[in-house]
Design a protein around this ligand. Sequence first.
Ligand code: BT5
Length: 272
Amino acid sequence: MVHNKKQLPLNEEEIQKRLKSKLIAKKIYAFGQLSSTNSYAKRLAQEGVPEGSLIISDQQTKGRGRLGRSWESPPGKGLWFSLILRPDISIDKAGIISLLAGVSIAEAVEKITNLIPILKWPNDLLINSKKFCGALIETEIESRRLSFIILGIGINVNQSEVDFSEEIRNYATSLQIESKGSIDRLNLLVEVLHFLEKQYLEFKTGKISMILDAWKRRCPYLNKKLIIRQNAREIEGIFEDLDEGGRLLLRLAHGEIKQFSVGDTSLKIEKN
Ligand code: BT5
């Protein structure tokens, strides 16, 4: 059997050797296969492993999206990983983590490829209107304080069209498809972790407006007409702004501003 080196599972030592981080991925748990890196990370976080720990798997058999949706995570083709974060913030600021992840991944992709991803609130990264990356934030609260956050990230790196199920083939893409060449997953991971650390340390010192501005610069939907889906309801309005918790502010037809949080909503882009 011929193995392509790039498609072998990434291991702790090779990731560690390339990183110069202070906090992110100081401790690494790498696997060939897991059900979900977020589920595994949650167990480790409950056992008290330190902030910044990275859980990465070459394949997920039950990769999860938001609201019980699933995330296709075939072996050797993508980056499927989770970080354990323990920021000392109130729960209403947790949504910012999803946005800072988006900015960091976009920065890393821009550095490694010739592609410029766009950000779609709250957690998608798109190229040519197709999704190549999503983030899943899960929180645990103890006595009304945030005990930890699991930041789960899935990046489609080297899939070709046939690697996606028919269900998502028209909406999903990979960096390989878009850049017309295979991408070294380790290089990309190292850059993503580098930018994530930079953004996260800024976030910890309270520089939220810088993160919001960086996010908004990469989002073409600001001031445009949108439809927000929430619990089977569709609400139409203009994407007015983001607030300090990463919530989307939608201006409704009669001028009222309605706030949506990251957890339970998705966004449909209105084509004019
Ligand atoms: C997300 O959910 O976009 C969050 C995805 C997070 C995945 C990571 S991988 C590491 C960590 N461990 C986990 O178990 N999860 C995280 P959502 O916005 O709900 O989007 C899910 C929807 O995207 C699905 O219902 C499909 O329509 C579509 N989808 C599934 N797999 C995809 C893929 N590989 N690429 C693009 N779209 C996909």
